[in-house]
Design a protein around this ligand. Sequence first.
Ligand code: ADP
Ligand code: MG
Length: 486
Amino acid sequence: MATAELIEGRTGSWEVVIGLEVHAQVTAAAKLFSGAATAFGAAPNTQVSPVDAAFPGMLPVINRHVVAQAVKTGLGLDAKINLRSVFDRKNYFYPDLPAGYQISQYQQPIVGHGQIALDLPDGRSRTIGITRLHLEQDAGKSLHDQHPTQTYVDLNRAGIGLMEIVSEPDLRSAEEAGLYLRKLRSLLRYLGTCDGNMEEGSLRCDCNVSVRRPGGPYGTRCEIKNLNSVRFVMQAIDYEARRQIRLIEAGGAVAQETRLFDSSRGETRPMRSKEEAHDYRYFPDPDLLPLELDPEWVAALRADLPELPDAKKARFVADYGLRVEDADVLVAERATAEYFETVAAGRDAKAAANWVTGDLFGALNRLGRAIEDCPVTPERLGQLIDLVADGTISGRIAKDVFADMIETGEAPGAIVERKGLRQVSDTGAIEAAVDTALAAHPAQVMQYKTNPKVLGFFVGQVMKATQGKANPGLVNELLRRKLASA
Ligand code: ADP
Ligand code: MG
């Protein structure tokens, strides 16, 4: 056990124990049990079928595509697919839940035990257990800001398919929880089963946190509800762990309860004491038969899975000789990985990785753009690398050409010609510039005999005289030779 993960309290060390429950909205055109649309941001109550509004006598009809999405996600989590699962009614009253119950899965979920591998920054790997994944309906939304004294209800979200993905209490720090969420999000996006958009609420996280003495029995947990960013998850865990430690060390005990995270104060505070599961009076939904999956259908979905981040990362390290950290960054998004592979094809892969993770990411960050709308196509970034490799331009000039490409979207070759940036590798021309520089600075030539660092000064002079276009290798070589014999 790495000590870095422990928190030092007044009375000794504590270990944080975390389990996450993630709600992921299934990417699908229609809802879980109705044909209503699911697009985000539509005008309130324009995407509501009589099933979603729970009109009397309406019957749910399962959406095969949503089921396929859940199975694909289960396969991506290396999990057991349950060929028979059951939909239950989870009964509770809430204004945004017109039926008075949510259709969910309880004892027999569609996906059973699985796992996610995490690569920690210190080089260790951790395997985090997935307890289950089940399908359920999302609820509607109460709108409190439409009227001074009344609450409105928007049912557009009601009935959208959700996957609840529950982890084992295997996470041991806020950092691990952050890595887990990012990894899960990446996996869902690779699979195309959830867009992972936390701002729009497509991915939401409940955090269960407890503390214990290292290796001791689990402590009582609190659940922090509805966190909608990775940063908030990490802040909430840190705050909550320290709160529990202070409480226990002061002689108190943690009460199992649901808490809310106040992001403006960076604190958690009580919401309600934890309701018992039987409060929901779960029972199988009499309108729905148990869901039976055809093993061949599941096998076909498995055969159709894309290459997932772990496999891709291993391949990038093995085939391209990349450092693990670079591979990690490049595989996080499928679009980035594809971009990189196009750039790297037939070229120096390390140079390609450096350009993508360095200048390209920097530019995209500044522009606030995703790689899908990058002004520089991977083909053109590849051409730029070729221009450096064949000596047409220096690495230094390539940076300027790249900045120009980002701005104009032009091809690198065209920019080099337009601006006359071809590297001067003509020994005669460089020699002339070297001679001029030496003649103009006799004092520095003398200095060089006792201080070899003066070479840098002359390199600067020659580069200035050639507008940075002189081949740096040649400049250095010629200067060294001439200074030594001067
Ligand atoms: P519930 O149905 O009440 O939400 P579960 O047993 O399904 O309870 O657990 C929910 C989550 O709480 C899971 O992610 C699990 O890993 C986590 N969890 C369970 N025990 C602990 C604990 N002692 N500390 C932290 N997390 C825990
Ligand atoms: Mg729960």
